[in-house]
Design a protein. Structure first.
Length: 375
């Protein structure tokens, strides 16, 4: 978007991809920024995201357009250095459970109907499109989306933070649970757990699944549907996987260093939340997920889990993103969404535009927070 000079000072709460992206876009436009995060950068959902770059399947037209714009920004970043190990575009492959080919066929037909690159393939045709898949694992038919990709969000955050520092941004880590400060019905800063205050002209709340609780203090209701989830990173393995896989028992993608990133939803009920708010997953479930992923790959290589992270996956109650300034608390903007990876760059760009110009961007029109209080 067009660069704008600004004297605005903005406090951003949240060190994940949405907060970091917004902060960097603000700095590019001449604002001054303080970025405050509860612990470290990418310590929440950003650090445990499969980060599949896509707009596959069915969703609202507005959300689809936002996601495709998000993919466009990643393609621009990719084109600047295709050798980046942490950002690649080699497609995505989906198939439904055995006996449910109609699901894959309907998905493909819907994607085709709005011009999303989608190919319906039989198992024996997959190797001509993408390597390293055990075709015997594929039930019935699959959908290959050539334009999809993946990003390692911790690497992206590190990349963006280099620019953040170069542009003079201020970073406050390990701030604990912080809150938005308001006076006379207007947001004016952030207070950390220790009592440190960061005054600002505008405030951005982009702290993942915690976002609804942060703004609730100010009488703002945002429906929260965030489930628990886990991401497993394997030890480096002998594999040649290129595409992102979304299958009935495992989702998988390549990861820097020759490892794989894995997740799914079937084990969510096995995740336990402790009194301190932390989460644990049985190691048996982690091992089962890696075994399921191995069955997807040609030669069924042995996969060993190296690490895993567990926590809430940010998803608004109606599944649609929540972006923009709060009517009940002028000066406070929120960013709360599923698919934070796919929309991470474009969301930061559009929020920065709204913050610095005072104009509402039409691409965010249906994603306003007030839809929950008016429903």
């Amino acid at each position: 978007m067009t660069s704008r000079k600004s004297e605005t000072h903005v406090a951003v709460l949240g060190g994940g991809i949405l907060g970091v992206s917004t902060a960097v876009h603000l700095l590019r436009s001449g604002a001054s920024v303080v970025l405050v995060t509860e612990s470290g950068l990418a310590s929440g959902a950003t650090g445990r995201s499969l980060s599949w770059l896509n707009s596959a399947g069915k969703r609202s037209d507005a959300y689809h357009h936002l996601r495709t714009a998000g993919i466009d920004r990643y393609r621009t970043l990719f084109a600047a250095d295709p050798a980046r190990e942490w950002l690649q575009f080699n497609g995505g492959l989906y198939w439904a459970p055995a006996g449910e080919a109609a699901k894959a066929e309907a998905r493909h037909e819907y994607e085709q109907s709005h011009g999303y690159d989608s190919v319906l393939v039989k198992p024996e045709q997959i190797s001509a499109l993408t390597p390293a898949i055990d075709e015997t694992a594929v039930s019935d038919v699959a959908v290959f989306n050539p334009g999809e990709g993946w990003v390692s969000l911790p690497h992206l955050v590190e990349y963006l933070m280099a620019e953040f520092r170069a542009l003079g941004g201020t970073l406050i880590t390990d701030a604990g649970k912080s809150r938005v400060l308001a006076e006379d019905g207007k947001a004016w800063g952030i207070a950390t757990l220790s009592g440190s205050v960061h005054a600002a002209d505008k405030v951005v709340v982009a702290c993942g699944a915690a976002t609804p609780s942060v703004v609730k203090e100010h009488g703002v209701y945002i429906a929260d549907g965030s489930p628990v989830s886990a991401l497993v990173i394997t030890e480096p393995a002998d594999h040649k996987l290129k595409a992102v896989l979304n299958t009935p028992r495992a989702a998988a993608r390549p990861n820097p260093g020759g490892s794989l990133a894995l997740d799914h939803s079937w084990y969510e009920e096995q995740i336990v939340e402790s009194e301190d708010g932390s989460f644990t997953i049985p190691e048996d479930a982690v091992n089962e997920l890696t075994e399921e992923a191995s069955r997807l790959l040609d030669g069924n290589p042995q996969l060993t889990p190296a690490s895993w992270k567990v926590g809430r996956k940010p998803i608004p109650g109606d599944g649609e993103p929540v972006f923009g300034e709060l009517e009940k608390l002028p000066g406070c903007f929120v960013a709360f969404t599923h698919s934070g990876a796919t929309v991470g760059l474009i969301a930061g760009e559009l929020l920065s535009f709204e913050i610095l110009t005072g104009q509402k961007h039409p691409m965010l029109a249906t994603f306003r927070p007030e839809r929950f209080s008016r429903s």
